[in-house]
Design a binder for this molecule. Structure first.
Ligand code: SAH
Ligand code: SF4
Ligand code: F3S
Length: 451
């Protein structure tokens, strides 16, 4: 059997796509290897969301070049950079054998056949952005032994946020028909998966035959599924129906990732985000009324073209006002062909040092807020879905609360079980404690996936 190694960059969509690549490769007798050094095939699944992500791909390519030379391994590039650069990538990097876009994962066996058989360099980046697109069906066996898994519900993005490259790399939105999603969730539950995260760039504009809220409710009813999560949502289509789903279905976890990007209306407008800060806060207020205690996380871009100190101060005050559980904040990075990159000069590029300084201030504030929120959990008993051993301390167990807080604890609950844990110590990133007892699972016995 030949061996493959996939290096994945970027978001959950890519992580999931890499798993599907592995399944396609298994069909032509390739097995995974944990190191690139003994691989016969190396694939980089790339991200182009920020310039840094692309730089990382280029330096990885350089490293794998030596494996290619010493072993004659094949080298392929997939993902978002591949989709954007297409044949230009073959010209730029002469030792790359093939380039394929996110819509062409199922074609991998054929592509590899052409590369090895006909010794040609292959580019496959055609989009299939109609309802005809067939979402690669995950093989549940790949998920045996896992507690939590991603399930793709849609691809692409129809929004036009002016900073964002995704519509250029992933095409138009296509939703996966709901029976297909439910079948995949049921298959995962049968091999022991207890938590599913429905993923897509813009899940709450899902149109796969039922509404997104209904899809969540249906997933929650699949026997064996204890928790349903999703990511990512755009504030402008956060519907009342979705908020209601939080009110009625406890298995939909009390965590909402709702990217705001900026706390200033003056910046949201050229970002083309389609909402004001006030509208965003109104949505959040409704959500918090429907599910008190819900953890809210967000994404922020600092240093968008034209952002003044005043605009940035509004982002700081929004951060304080919402009391985000956590924030993923980035400095603005101009991306090829995006509206903001084309206008950056007119709107006024923010100097790099200013961007860095603002990012540091924001992250410092967020760390303080996260630290305070977490410390409020001290002394409480929290419900943990156990995922296995702690990565930092193999003597401890590891899992997550419904809010998606990481918990490391002393105890013996096996992976897949629900445990009640008393929190003894907290940091801004994690809770630490001891198991009080195991909780009974509603429909299934605890599955000892790993002890
Ligand atoms: N579909 C998701 C976003 C996916 S990209 C959504 O709309 O919420 C993840 C995050 O990367 C974005 O929320 C944004 O904060 C950040 N991002 C996107 N483009 C960027 C750019 N050009 N520069 C810096 N950060 C960017
Ligand atoms: Fe990008 Fe906006 Fe689409 Fe998110 S919603 S993927 S930020 S264009
Ligand atoms: Fe990156 Fe593409 Fe995801 S640009 S963030 S891998 S959709």
């Amino acid at each position: 059997m030949k061996r493959y190694f996939i290096h994945t960059f970027g978001c959950q969509m890519n992580v999931n796509d890499s798993l599907r690549m592995g399944e396609a490769l298994a069909s032509i007798q390739y097995a995974p290897t944990p190191t690139p050094d003994d691989a016969d095939l190396i694939i980089l699944n790339t991200c182009s969301i920020r310039e840094k992500a692309e730089d990382k791909m280029l330096s990885a390519l350089g490293r794998y070049r030596t494996v290619k030379v010493s072993r004659g391994a094949l080298l392929g590039v997939g993902g978002c950079v591949a989709q954007q650069e297409k044949d230009k990538l073959l010209a730029k990097v002469p030792y790359v054998d093939f380039v394929f876009g996110p819509d062409n994962i199922a074609k991998l066996p054929e592509i590899i056949g052409r590369v090895t058989g006909e010794r040609e360099r292959v580019v496959e980046t055609a989009w299939v952005d109609t309802e005809e697109y067939v979402f690669p069906r995950a093989d549940p066996e790949t998920s045996r032994g896992k507690v939590s898994e991603f399930v793709t519900v849609m691809k692409g993005c129809d929004n036009v946020c002016s900073f964002c490259v995704v519509p250029h790399t992933r095409g138009r939105e296509v939703s996966r028909p709901f029976p297909d999603v439910l079948q995949e969730v049921a298959g995962l539950a049968r091999v022991g998966v207890r938590e599913v995260t429905l993923i897509g760039q813009n899940v709450n504009s899902y149109r796969g035959g039922i509404s997104f809220a209904q899809l969540l409710l249906r997933c929650a009813q699949v026997p064996g599924i204890l928790r349903v999560r999703f990511t990512t949502s755009h504030p402008h289509d956060l519907s009342d129906e979705l908020i209601d789903a939080f009110r009625v279905e406890p298995k939909i976890t009390p965590h909402f990732h709702l990217p705001v990007q900026s706390g200033s209306d003056r910046i949201l407008k050229p970002m083309r985000r389609d909402y004001t800060v006030e509208q965003y806060l109104e949505r959040l207020e409704k959500l918090r009324a429907a599910r008190p205690g819900i953890a809210v996380t967000t994404d922020i871009i600092v240093g968008f073209p034209g952002e003044t100190e005043e605009d940035f101060a509004l982002t700081l005050s929004l951060t304080e006002r919402v009391r985000y559980e956590n924030q993923f904040s980035f400095i603005y990075s101009p991306r090829p062909k995006t509206g903001a990159a084309l206008k950056e000069k007119d709107w006024g590029a923010v100097p790099h040092e200013v961007k860095i300084e603002r990012l540091e201030r924001l992250q410092k504030l967020q760390r303080t807020i996260s630290g305070k929120l977490m410390s409020e959990a001290k002394g409480q008993e929290v419900e943990v879905l156990v995922e296995g051993r702690s990565k930092t301390d193999p003597l401890k167990r590891f899992g997550r609360t419904p809010e998606n807080r990481t918990v490391n604890f002393d105890g013996d609950a096996p992976a897949g079980a629900l445990a009640l844990v008393k929190v003894e110590r907290t940091t801004p990133n994690a809770l630490y404690g001891a198991q009080v007892r195991m909780l009974e699972l509603p429909e299934v016995g605890a599955l000892a996936l790993e002890t």
